[in-house]
Design a protein around this ligand. Structure first.
Ligand code: F6R
Length: 569
């Protein structure tokens, strides 16, 4: 999703902006732009990659710079629609993440202005142009913000003003604190090379950074915000000898899982034990980790909970003051998840956050939170953060009894299983089914999601018992079935499901510690007690998706149409 970098200081502006945008590439984008100010506003934009933009950007000698990677929402993928957007007189430049909702109303108000793009962002530049006719920049910003409905992280440069203005509402924005230099970015990765100290801004915050310092305001009053320290290393933005970030991050799981298990979850355990009702909310891969948490809580602690897709929460649930909502989000910025917990908070519920990003909105909205400490995940598809989420789920359920070594060994042994020939087989199939039952069903769901994300092939997950209720009609020689078969009470039933699909001509692969002789390919994993056995399946589903994607010529780090942090609803 869109990325923002802003900089004021002594370094080469083009270099800081390009490097910043490069480090934001992993979030997904379709066009990019950079704007400088000295005696005038200079804007350079390009549809395509930051490397292409770099070639068209002049190295302007300026005090400040802003840059943006755009993921189209309002208006097509064109140079005109890329950011920075400017006003009529070309004195103001704006980069924006988020969505402005009252676009039509604002356009009416700005009838006399000349628009060059289809974006909601350009409206902000024109509104500010109007307000600046009457008042000074900070007040003009405040008056502009009062007219906006929607979400925004904004960084703004104005000719003749040696400051970068900023504002944040429902979209992440951080100030990076250097010595006589300041950064503004939607993601700390954009400035980690220069400083490890940062201030995460809160909703409603606005203000400025200048060479002398920074000021933050909220509702007309100056406010102070926490200064935090980045908890991962710059080397995490590099591939470290691996061909792709995804492969690197899959291999890092064994180490980072220990960080997740080191987290103290006792307050969370207590909140769960005393809750009148428990709702778990999350999206995508995090939803699968949440699903597993639900099943583990029920099976091993007898605690019931509901798992809800974050974007469905407000339509389906009525939390109250006795409800504990557990929100799982690696980024801590997923708009759907944040919307769900804000709704729950308004109704009096208490919030537990599980996230990888310290200082993310989720940490500020939660009454208690657990940080996974998995390090930066650059690959768009979640891998090590999923495993860390599952590890935290184990910690919440088993507390101090959770066996870290067992988890590490189980992951390590599966990482050594050769999946190359199975991936070769997969490229010939367009109908993929991932089967599991009980605790392995969320694993099958994650298998299908990862596979479809990376290979662009249709993949679905089913509990084995559900096949006869519809999906069997799809089983023929063109179907590929991957079954997760731990040796628990589901094993015999899964054997039956495997026979069912095999009899209809499907190619069947299974991952199991047991003997499954009916299948075409068996990935024999080490025997482990449940629920630890689940960790043996995770690297396999990730590697299958990864290898197949590479064989198909796709970029596994940046699957098409997807972005890392989905900060719009
Ligand atoms: C899948 C993937 C997405 C995310 C989802 C939620 O590989 O990465 O499905 O899991 O967008 O993101 P977070 O966890 O940041 O809330």
């Amino acid at each position: 999703m869109c990325g923002i970098i802003g900089y004021i200081g002594y370094r080469n502006k083009k270099e800081v902006a390009i490097k910043g945008l490069k480090s934001l590439e992993y979030r997904g984008y379709d066009s990019a732009g950079i704007g400088f100010i000295n005696d005038k506003v200079y804007v350079f934009k390009k549809v395509g990659r930051v490397d292409e933009l770099k070639d068209v950007v002049n190295n302007i000698n300026a005090t400040l710079v802003i840059g943006h990677t755009r993921w189209a929402t309002h208006g097509g993928v064109t140079e005109e629609n890329a950011h920075p957007q400017t006003d009529c007189s070309n004195n103001i430049m704006v980069v924006h993440n988020g969505t402005i909702e009252n676009v039509d109303e604002l356009r009416l108000r700005l009838k006399n202005h000349k628009f060059n793009s289809e974006t909601d962002t350009e409206l902000i530049a024109h509104l500010l142009e109007e307000e600046l006719k009457e008042t000074e920049p900070l007040k003009a910003l405040e008056l502009t913000l009062n007219q906006l409905k929607g979400s925004y992280a904004l960084v703004i440069g104005i000719k003749g003003v040696n400051k970068l203005l900023f504002a944040k509402q429902d979209s992440p924005l951080h100030i990076g604190l250097g010595k006589k230099e300041f950064f503004l970015a939607s993601d700390i990765a954009a400035f980690v090379e220069y400083t490890r100290k940062f201030v995460p801004l809160m909703d409603g915050d606005y203000g400025y950074v200048s060479l002398e310092g920074y000021k933050i305001f909220n509702k007309g009053k100056e406010v102070k915000r926490d200064v935090l320290e980045i908890n991962w290393e710059i080397k995490e933005v590099e591939k470290g000898g691996y061909p792709h970030f995804m492969l690197k991050e899959i291999n890092e799981q064994v180490d980072v899982v220990g960080n997740a298990l080191a987290v103290n979850t006792s307050n969370i355990e207590e909140m769960i034990s005393n809750a009148g009702s428990i709702h778990i909310v999350a999206a995508g891969t995090s939803y699968h980790a949440g699903y597993l948490l639900k099943l583990l809580l029920e099976k091993y602690k007898g605690i019931e909970s509901d798992i809800v897709i974050a974007s469905e929460y407000i339509f389906t649930k009525r939390p109250n003051k006795d409800t504990v909502v557990i929100a799982i989000s690696q980024s801590g910025e997923t708009a759907d998840t944040l919307q769900a917990i804000k709704f729950a908070k308004r109704r009096g519920a208490r919030i537990v956050g599980i996230t990888n990003v310290m200082g993310s909105s989720l940490t500020y909205l939660s009454d208690e939170y657990a940080i996974m400490n998995a390090g930066l995940e650059v690959g768009v598809a979640a891998t090590k953060t999923f495993t860390s989420q599952v590890a935290i789920a184990f910690k919440i359920v088993f507390g101090g009894r959770v066996n870290k070594e067992k988890i590490k060994q189980t992951l390590t042994s599966s990482l050594n299983i050769d999946i190359a020939s199975l991936a070769k087989k997969c490229i010939n199939y367009d109908k993929m089914f991932f089967l599991g039952r009980g605790l392995s069903y969320p694993i099958a769901m994650e298998g299908a999601l990862k596979f479809k994300e990376l290979t662009y092939k249709h993949a679905e997950a089913y509990p084995g018992g559900e096949l006869k209720h519809g999906p069997l009609s799809l089983m023929d020689e063109d179907a590929f079935v991957f079954a997760f078969m731990p040796e628990d009470e589901t094993f015999a039933k899964m054997i039956y499901s495997v026979e069912e699909v095999k009899a209809r001509g499907a190619f069947v692969a299974a991952a199991s510690p047991g003997n499954v002789d009916k299948v075409d390919a068996l990935l024999k994993v080490n025997k482990e007690e449940m629920p630890y056995q689940l960790f043996s399946f995770i690297p396999l589903l990730q590697l299958l998706a990864y290898r197949t994607s590479v064989l198909l010529g796709n970029d596994p780090d940046k699957p098409r149409n997807l972005a890392k942090s989905i900060t719009v609803e």
